[in-house]
Design a protein around this ligand. Structure first.
Ligand code: MN
Length: 487
């Protein structure tokens, strides 16, 4: 889908046709110029002067799949009672951009005509009131429209809004059920579909095995060429790699046939398969598909959404699991990995294809998997949990580092990081909030974008950052629990 955003500018008839023509011309100019620097086109739609014009443009936006959000601004004063019907029915993400056509107040030129035409400071306050009065979910961004800071913030919000569009259209394919007895990977699929739009359904592993058996040698040869071009083959067990290729091709066929952009499986249900998909899942993730291990469909869906929110529509977001800590004073790190399935989008070097024994699950043969070190960089980890009656999105700021140890006998991809505000306080906060061991780790989606996404989705958001204390978090969670019970 080629998403775009709509620019709707508020005004009124009071100023006469000449002012309205100027407002419209400038709004178009701003939309055109901004479209050159923003990640998605901004289309000027209307200078709104009546209740009907606003209600009509909102109706159009709601029904146009390519419209990922609406950005409003008031060049002049625009009485807000005429915005009520439209805003009350708006179903797309809304950003109120408080800006101004001119950067500076001109000394000689300024008179009452200038004041009538250029009064965003006045109009944006009336516009802000109605957003607050209607309790509308909205993003307010203030700044000069030609400034990079303001443009970056709009661009960042646009990507979060695209995450909303992707979420509302997302289908998740579950191969088998969740790992037995695990609590945090469970969830209310009806609630999730209502709130987030996800269609989460199950397919039998036996159905996948049938499709696998129909994959041809020629198809496998073609995918082997892609593996060879992208990865170093560090095993003699070529059959194991070809088996992963067969799994990948079959899963991709089923996913694409059903329009699914995310999937989950579990090592406890491999009936008819020789290997848990490792390389197969990793290479699908590299192509933008979401994945969750142990039947974790929530983290799978979040991975697909956050990948779509990232750079170029398939950014560096990946399924991750907290495994173990380095608790040496001054060198406090978390080590994350998974038994096989870490997306190579975060690899610091060229990943190696290796085969090793996997004791967990019913693997008849050693699964091939990509082994690599994760790259350095600021990142976040995100976990969506079902609190019973509502969803909570937890986000923590982290800093990924080059792993401090080579760990030559660890047969999986690994990422090492420092957590905010510190390892131990961060762990206390994460556990207090109920965050899962499975997360989406992202290098290019920010905490602010996840907050915006959660706000647009109307779900609870918890942020653990450098200023978070256990005491403040407990207080916030207590109040939040009360608020969400009342909602
Ligand atoms: Mn796991």
């Amino acid at each position: 889908m080629n998403y775009s955003f709509w620019f709707v500018v508020g005004s009124q008839f009071l100023y006469g046709p000449e002012v309205l023509e100027t407002v419209a011309a400038r709004a178009r100019e701003m939309a055109d110029e901004l479209s050159r620097v923003l990640p998605f086109p901004l289309l000027y739609k209307v200078t709104a002067k009546t209740n009907k014009e606003i209600a009509d443009v909102v109706k159009e936006a709601n029904y146009d799949d390519s419209c990922a959000g609406v950005i409003t601004w008031c060049h002049t004063f625009s009485p807000s009672k005429m915005w009520i019907n439209g805003l009350a029915s708006l179903q797309k993400p809304w950003c109120h951009f408080a800006t101004q056509y001119n950067r500076e107040i001109p000394n000689e030129e300024i008179d009452m005509d200038f004041m009538n035409l250029n009064q965003a400071a006045h109009g944006d306050r009336e516009h802000g009131f109605i957003g607050a009065r209607l309790r509308s979910r909205r993003k307010v961004i203030a700044g000069y429209w030609k400034d990079e800071v303001a443009q970056k913030r709009i661009g960042s919000w646009m990507k979060a809004a695209v995450g909303v569009a992707v979420s509302k259209d997302l289908r998740v394919m579950r191969f088998g059920d969740n790992m037995r007895e695990v609590a945090v990977t469970e969830g209310d699929k009806v609630e999730v579909q209502t709130k987030l739009g996800w269609q989460v359904n199950t397919w039998a592993v036996g159905d996948l095995v049938k499709v696998m058996n129909a994959v041809t040698d020629a198809e496998i040869d073609a995918l082997m060429d892609i593996y060879k071009a992208n990865y170093d083959i560090a095993t003699d067990n070529i059959d194991a790699i070809r088996y992963q290729a067969r799994e990948e091709i079959a899963m991709k066929k089923m996913l694409d046939e059903q329009g699914c952009k995310a999937f989950s499986n579990t090592f406890q249900d491999l009936y008819g398969m020789e290997q848990l998909p490792g390389l197969a899942s990793q290479h699908l993730m590299a192509q933008g598909y979401g994945y969750g291990g142990e039947g974790d469909w929530k983290v799978s869906a979040m991975t697909a959404i956050m990948k779509a929110m990232g750079e170029g529509g398939n950014g560096c977001s990946l399924f991750m699991e907290d495994y173990t800590y380095n608790l040496a004073e001054g060198a406090e790190y978390s080590l994350g990995a998974h038994m096989l399935e870490v997306c190579p989008c975060c690899a610091a070097g060229k990943p190696r294809i290796e085969t090793h024994h996997l004791g967990i699950g019913m693997n008849e043969k050693d699964p091939a998997r990509l082994v690599f070190e994760g790259k350095e960089g600021d990142a976040i980890v995100v976990s969506l949990i079902d609190m019973g009656g509502r969803l909570r999105l937890i986000c923590q700021d982290i800093h990924c580092v080059k792993p401090i140890l080579p760990m030559p006998n660890l047969p999986v991809a690994r990422v090492m990081w420092q957590a905010e505000p510190s390892l131990t306080t961060g762990v206390e906060c994460w556990i207090t909030a109920g965050g899962a061991h499975h997360t989406v780790l992202s290098y290019d989606v920010t905490a602010e974008q996840m907050k915006d996404w959660a706000n647009m989705m109307d779900i609870e958001f918890v942020h653990i950052g450098k200023d978070t204390t256990v005491e403040s978090l407990e207080h916030d969670l207590f109040l939040s629990d009360l608020a969400w019970k009342l909602k």
